[in-house]
Design a protein around this ligand. Structure first.
Ligand code: G3H
Length: 231
């Protein structure tokens, strides 16, 4: 299971690059999928490429409503133009979501739909995303980071179905949602391709500073699943 870390600046990206497998660009203060200014995204991508970092980079477009298709299309174009490998777009079970997925399928960017799983994942929307060849990966994440982790928001059986369905579609599957060290054994059992972290690798809450110590500890725990299984 690989480790995705969300960062908001060049300094944080360089810090995370020492331990992470994927670098994800977002403004954690602005919600689950808070977007950074495109200038910041472009500057982080330039810095990582200048460092010859081999890590794939994703960026979010911001927390936009399912009905805001034109705004989302424009944001996807602007973020993709920054040179990121993947553009993450939140998908909620709300009117307009199916049309949004259809637009994203045609938009030409490498889109990762991120299912907001606080109230479960809509099976019809998930089927649509899994049936869309243009999406290289599909994620689940939570919007309300104070309500516990993804495991508090979503029954484990549902997460297992999510992982299985995305994997059977031949896509990478990622899980996130205020995941903590204590969640790693359950995560390892679900075995997504990658897990996303911000809250667990910050001093204080997810809006705080990224912690090199917490990053190292999490990376070590992910590398050593046997130790995780110990009491
Ligand atoms: O994409 C991953 C998320 O940024 C994870 O953030 P979180 O651990 O605070 O839910």
């Amino acid at each position: 299971m690989k480790m995705l870390v969300s960062v908001r600046s060049v300094a944080e990206a360089r810090l995370a690059a020492a331990d992470a497998d994927f670098i994800d660009l977002k403004e954690p203060r602005d919600g689950a999928l808070g977007g950074l200014a495109v200038e910041t995204i472009a500057a982080i991508v330039r810095a990582l490429r200048a460092d010859a970092s081999p890590l794939p980079v994703s960026a979010t477009i911001g927390d936009l409503g399912m009905g805001e298709i034109e705004r989302i299309a424009a944001a996807v174009r602007a973020v993709a133009a920054c040179g990121v490998d993947y553009v993450k777009v939140g998908i909620e079970a709300a009117p307009g979501a199916a049309e949004l997925l259809a637009m994203l399928a045609r938009c030409g960017a490498a889109i990762v739909p991120v299912f907001i799983a606080d109230r479960g994942v809509d099976p019809t929307l998930l089927r649509q995303a899994c049936g869309t060849a243009a999406f290289p990966a599909v994620m689940a994440d939570t919007a309300d980071k104070r309500a516990g982790s993804l495991f508090d928001a979503c029954p484990e059986a549902e997460l297992r179905r999510f992982v299985g369905e995305v994997r059977r579609a031949g896509k990478l599957v990622g899980l996130a949602g205020a995941l903590r060290l204590a969640d790693l054994p359950r995560l390892q059992a679900l075995a997504p391709d990658f897990a996303g972290f911000r809250s667990a690798v910050c001093d204080g809450d997810r809006a705080g500073a990224l912690s090199a110590e917490r990053l190292r500890a999490l990376a070590a725990a992910l590398r050593d699943p046997i130790a995780l299984a110990l009491p």
